[in-house]
Ligand binder design. Structure first.
Ligand code: 5AD
Ligand code: SF4
Length: 529
């Protein structure tokens, strides 16, 4: 433990006691020679120490105590601020907005800055090992920031929500002492009461699969909140998964398949339309397994739900994600031909093109079944494009199995895709298999697959040039006079045009394709040319 002396300007503001472990003297000298400005925070002190030659600063090594400035008397209590950081899938993005709405009712304002936040919620993803590890490293950084704030007499509560919370529960509290609260994806409607418990000093983990209906307990967002989020919105219609793919943690973290009733979904959609939203994406872990009840208590399929939602005035675009091939009913395929508002873009994960691996993954379909769904979709609507998820290096995957995946990708021709190396998840059957694939083989296969999928994406983008399509403009573009939006295939599109077009579907002609976006000319301008 060494006490450091700072420049007088710095000392007037605050004083630090720094434990610098095994290198106190040297660090003390160096820090003094490199004067720390008045604004110095413990992290900038850490930078100074690191510059002084320390290889690694750990939270145990650096501990700063800062004397807070005395508060002005009679000042009104500032509005507490919440930062919700979401990781992973669209379900988490949706949950994050619902959490922010819920806390808005409790008096919290949203912030995008960690430094301003009184409450930070990490809405986590557990799907692959890297995703979970990323959360712990983020928590390590937050813990340092929290300690610095505490030293200045301020607090920051840290909440871990989402699938890491569900999977690890109290373990998160044990592994990171700075975490105040752990709340699962089915319990976050209880955040206000759980935060009250946390404020009184308890460290709580609530990962129960709640009996009460989370959605009914959540407040509806205000028009202003909806408007601030733009013209496109998610609506969760289904949660959970009963498929138990042998590599996947979702059935354990999100629980059994459950669908929201039709009336609730319609009411939420109408509220969004009323505030100016015109594109809705229905989301669910297994969205096409939707079986919500209608007003008469009858089960409704996703195809019927889409038909019903398409009748809502103001709605111009409908999408749904993520689907499983075995739930791709003929009625849903036909809906793509029958409902013009249903976008001709389907995310349909295949994972592998090898029947042997698909069986081991417990996907319950073979490669031919997938190819025939792709064909039927294109028959129902000729401009349908597909995107997919792939896993390479699943246990037991041979070169021939991998070649079958490449062959399937070539046969379908995807507009866009996500591909991953298999990552063993504790508690899932595939993680226990002895025939795990070596890391370098996974890397080689992933590189080959990604090269193919990227070439397909570029070819799909290039083929858009000359096409006349509708673009939903969402915001001003990066350059003056430009507007930016999305094609039916989720491609970023920009065009010269007035901001009056924002929030509407506008006919354009695609004039060029870049690697990540398309350029377009408005048809109204095209007619003048
Ligand atoms: N390893 C690698 N990828 C996985 N996914 C799910 N679990 C794993 C895992 N254990 C991928 C699948 C899924 C996507 C959301 O994440 O491709 O469709
Ligand atoms: Fe996971 Fe398979 Fe369920 Fe998708 S269908 S969430 S991959 S178990």
């Amino acid at each position: 433990m060494g006490r450091l002396e700072f420049t007088s300007a710095f000392q007037r503001k605050m004083s630090y006691n720094i434990c610098v472990g095994s290198f106190p003297h040297r660090v003390g000298e160096e820090v003094q020679r490199d004067p720390i400005r008045e604004t110095s925070s413990p992290s900038s002190v850490a930078v100074a120490i690191r510059r002084a030659g320390a290889k690694k600063i750990t939270t145990e090594v650096l501990e700063a105590v800062e004397t807070p400035p005395a508060p002005f008397e009679g000042e009104p209590a500032p509005t507490p601020k919440v930062l919700v950081k979401s990781y992973g899938c669209q379900m988490n993005v949706y949950d994050a907005t619902r959490m922010a709405d819920l806390l808005g009712r409790e008096g919290y304002a949203e912030t995008s800055s960690e430094e301003d936040a009184d409450l930070v919620i990490l809405n986590t993803c557990h799907i692959r090992e890297k995703a979970a590890e990323k959360i712990y490293s983020e928590l390590g950084k937050l813990a340092i920031a929290k300690r610095a704030l505490n030293a200045r007499g301020r607090d920051m509560k840290i909440v871990v929500a989402g699938c890491v919370a569900q999977a690890e529960g109290e373990e998160v509290l044990k592994r990171q002492r700075a975490v105040d609260l752990v709340v699962g994806p089915q319990s976050y409607h209880r955040l206000p009461e759980l935060l009250r418990e946390a404020k009184s000093g308890a460290r709580v983990a609530d990962t129960n699969f709640a009996v009460e209906d989370k959605f009914r307990a959540l407040p509806a967002p205000s028009r202003a909140q909806i408007r601030a989020r733009g013209v496109s919105a998610f609506v969760t219609v289904q949660e959970g998964c009963d498929k138990f793919c042998s590599f996947c943690v979702v059935p354990y973290t999100r629980g059994a398949e459950a669908s929201r009733p039709v009336a609730e979904i319609i009411a939420e959609t109408e509220r969004l339309m009323d505030a100016g939203v015109c594109e809705i994406t229905l989301i669910g872990q297994n969205v096409n397994a939707y079986r919500g009840l209608d007003a008469r208590g009858r089960e409704t399929t996703l195809a019927l739900l889409l038909e019903r939602l398409a009748q809502i005035e103001g709605l111009t675009r409908l999408r749904y994600t993520t689907s499983h091939p075995v739930d791709m009913a003929q009625a849903l395929i036909d809906a793509h031909g029958a409902i013009p508002k249903l976008m001709p873009y389907v995310h349909l994960p295949v994972q592998s093109g090898s029947d042997h691996i698909l069986k081991a993954m417990n996907r319950k379909h073979d490669a031919d079944a997938y190819l025939s769904i792709a064909e039927s979709l294109r028959k129902a609507r000729s401009d349908v494009a597909l995107s997919s998820d792939f896993i390479v290096g699943f246990p037991g995957e041979s070169d021939a199995d991998f070649e079958a995946t490449m062959a399937l990708a070539r046969a379908v021709g995807f507009a866009s895709s996500f591909s991953f190396k298999y990552s063993p998840r504790p508690g899932t059957p595939a993680a226990d298999r002895e025939d795990q694939i070596e890391e370098h083989v996974k890397s080689e296969r992933l590189a080959a697959l990604q090269a193919l999928l990227e070439a397909q994406r570029q070819a799909f983008n290039a083929a858009m040039v000359g096409r006349e399509i509708d673009v939903l403009f969402e915001k001003p573009g990066r350059r003056e006079g430009q507007i930016a939006g999305k094609s039916p295939y989720m491609q970023a599109v920009h065009a010269e045009g007035s901001i009056e077009h924002i929030g509407r579907d506008v006919k354009v002609k695609i004039i060029a394709a870049g690697s990540n976006s398309l350029s377009a000319r408005l048809m109204s301008e095209e007619a003048k040319a």
